[in-house]
Structures are given as C-alpha cells and as structure tokens.
Design a protein around this ligand. Structure first.
Ligand code: SOE
Length: 391
C-alpha cells in the first residue's frame, strides 16, 4: 500500500489532533487511499520537538522547518503553528513540491492569504485548509438535505460560535490576542468556522454589516509561548499587555442567492464551550445543528404530518455521510478526532486520486476576504459589499 510521509510543523493542541488523524485514518477508512506516515515533527527547540515527536508518534524530530520542507522523503507538510508563520512555511513547502494542509485561518489577512494561494497554484500541489467541522457527519447530512431540496430555497442562515475560555480577564495574553501574530481575534479564530459553514451550506456571501467589541482590553503577559487556551490563569499583580484584536463580532450577511442571515463569534460567552451552531430556514423546512450535540441533526419538513410537525432528531450513523467508515450504530459518538480523521482521509484521497479537495486555499482566501470585509464594516459602521470576483 502506498505510503505518504508527513512533516508536521507544530506539536501543540492542533498537532495532537492532526497526529491522531494520521494514526487513526486507516483504521476507519480501509483500504486507505494511502497510509500517512508520521515522519518528522518540528517544534521551536530540539528538546520540545523530541518530546512532542515521542508523544505524537513521529519517527524523527527537528527544530528547523526549512530542512524538513526541503527533505525529499517528505510528501506532505502539515502546518499547525500560530497564524503569522503559516504563509512563509506554506510558500516554501509549495516551492519544494510538497502537498500542504494548513490550520485555519490560513493567514492574518486576505493579502497574506493570497500569497499562499498563488504559491500552491503555481506549484500544482494539493492544498487544504483545516475547517474540520464541515466534516462532522451531521453537517455533511445537512448539506445533502439542502442539495436534495429537502428544505427548499434557503431564506435564512443563523450561525454562532460561542466559547468562554477567554471570558476571564486573568486568562493570559496568548498569541491569539495579538494582531501581529493572529491577524484578528474571535473572528479569525472561530468566526471563520461559521463563515465556512455559511459558504458550504448556503453559498457565497456578498455583503456584511458588522459590529466588533474588545471586552477585555488588556491581559496578563504570558510567560512562555505555549497557548493553554485559558486553562492556566495569572493571579495577582502581574504585568499586563494590550489586546489589539476583537473579542466578539456579530455581522448580518447577504448571500448571492438572495438568502440573508447572521454570524456571531465570541470567546466571552460564559457557559458556552464549543457552541458552534447553525439554524437554516428554507421555504420547505428547517435544519438546526449544534456541535455540542454533534451526533444530532434537528430537522423539520413542511410536508411532515400536521399532527407531528416540529423539530425531530436524526442521529448520524452508517446511513449518513462518512457512515461507511465510522461507527456501526448511530449515536455511538462522533468526536473532534473523527472530524480530523475524515479531513485527513479526504486530503490524502485527493493527493492519491489527483482531485481537488475542499475547503482548499481558494476557500481559505475567500474566507479571508469576507473576514477583512467584516472588520472594515465594523470599523466604518456600515454595510460593506464584497467585490464580485473576490468571492
Ligand atoms: C480556540 O478558540 C479553538 O482552539 C480554535 O482555534 C479552534 O479552531 C476550534 O476548533 C476550537 O477552539
């Protein structure tokens, strides 16, 4: 069986998710299109890389990503580093002829993202941006129902991504709160997942009208670079630094096909954890999804019998998208790991079969253009129309 060697740049939280996906993919999707081999892991120092490689099952480690990108044994470069390093690594990887998968958002703004898109297109390599949530079977099922016309013409999309890991002012100033590194705040970090849902399920966005807030303007300066996502707090009188990104964005959206809707993203919503939701109304029915209950898709069809009309729950399983590879009984449990396994499967299949995979860097670029428009709209306090060819 064909083997593809992976060089992964970054060994933190996302590195763990991607390593798990490479290990698990052939167990779920057999025969695998190719077996991903965890070849080399890169982190900031040899010591950190060595430990991460041991933990995540990589044969080799390095603190020099350029060497790994140039290594002729490597087929795929997987980028799971903070946003400000994505472009440089992806462009070098593309130039070296490697296929590239990169965590979201692709880069800090649309202009930077475009340089990555141009590089992978010029090199003719496969590329993917890791908006994994659209690979949750219930989300793919929603897409199938929409394509089959089960809810008719779409009228409204209402999407949220609400978390609370940074609602505490003592959560440190990690890179996610610094524009120079992250590009934007809740918008790029989690709002982009909702934008991906909106484009995947409804279509292209043409206009946005947004508000943005930074609720906690300064946070304790963090010692060390690792991002602990609010689990480690600073107490007492510690030095503080400025937050220069959004904590929350809310935007109205208009779609090319006439639908309207809204998108909300915040990491300051006490009580919400991974509250990634959408409710879509069509002229023949409605669909509701909440990632916190990710085995379930709530549906209501207008031709349901009058005495049984109302939302009902479909539990995803073998009859649904990706069901052939996952667990044999509905509701046994889809997790974050499974969404990443499916993502790895689709990416590796696209490499082996030489087909285009989505979401790719083109999608990542379109999402970056929409994100920039949302920030511009929030700043100017008015609707912003997207340039037609940009999305
Ligand atoms: C933090 O908000 C975060 O880790 C995001 O960066 C991820 O994209 C999301 O899947 C989980 O939350």
């Amino acid at each position: 069986m064909k083997k593809l060697n992976v060089g992964m740049i970054g060994g933190g939280f996302m590195g763990k998710a991607h390593a798990l996906a490479y290990a698990g993919m052939p167990m779920f999707f057999w025969p695998a299109p190719a077996v991903p081999h965890r070849h080399t892991l890169v982190d900031v120092t040899d010591e950190i890389a060595k430990e991460a490689a041991a933990k995540l099952g990589f044969d080799n480690y390095s603190s020099n990503w350029r060497e790994v990108v140039e290594n002729p044994e490597i087929d795929i470069i997987d980028i799971v580093t903070p946003n400000n390093s994505h472009a440089e690594i992806a462009i070098a990887a593309a130039k070296a002829g490697k296929h590239v998968i990169c965590e979201k958002p692709l880069a800090r703004d649309a202009a930077e993202t475009k340089t990555m898109l141009d590089a992978v297109e010029a090199a003719g390599v496969k590329h993917m941006v890791a908006f994994n949530y659209r690979r949750t079977p219930a989300v793919a099922l929603a897409k199938k129902y929409i394509e089959e016309g089960r809810i008719g013409n779409i009228l409204n999309f209402r999407g949220t991504y609400l978390q609370d890991w940074s609602a505490d002012p003592n959560s440190p100033l990690s890179w996610r709160f610094q524009k120079e590194i992250a590009g934007s705040g809740a918008l790029g970090d989690i709002g982009t997942h909702v934008i991906d849902f909106a484009r995947y399920l409804v279509g292209e966005i043409t206009d946005v009208n947004a508000v943005s807030k930074t609720w906690i303007p300064e946070r304790p300066v963090q010692s060390g670079g690792a991002d602990k996502l609010g689990t480690v707090k600073s107490a007492g009188d510690v030095p503080k630094g400025k937050v220069d990104v959004d904590d929350e964005i809310t935007t109205l959206v208009k779609f090319e096909n006439g639908a309207v809707g809204s998108i909300e993203a915040t990491r300051n919503a006490w009580g919400r954890n991974n509250f990634l939701t959408f409710e879509i109304h069509g002229d023949k029915g409605s669909i509701y999804f909440n990632y916190e209950r990710r085995d379930e898709l709530q549906v209501c069809f207008s031709d349901d019998p009058g005495d049984a009309k109302g939302f009902r729950t479909v539990y995803t399983g073998p009859a649904h998208p990706y069901g052939e590879g996952l667990w044999p009984i509905p509701a046994l449990g889809i997790g974050y790991g499974e969404t990443k396994i499916i993502e790895a499967y689709d990416f590796i299949k696209s490499i082996v079969e030489n087909t285009e995979v989505s979401p790719n860097f083109k999608d990542g670029y379109k999402i970056a253009v929409i994100s920039d428009a949302i920030l511009e709209s929030a700043e100017k306090g008015k609707w912003v129309k997207l340039e037609k060819d940009a999305v």
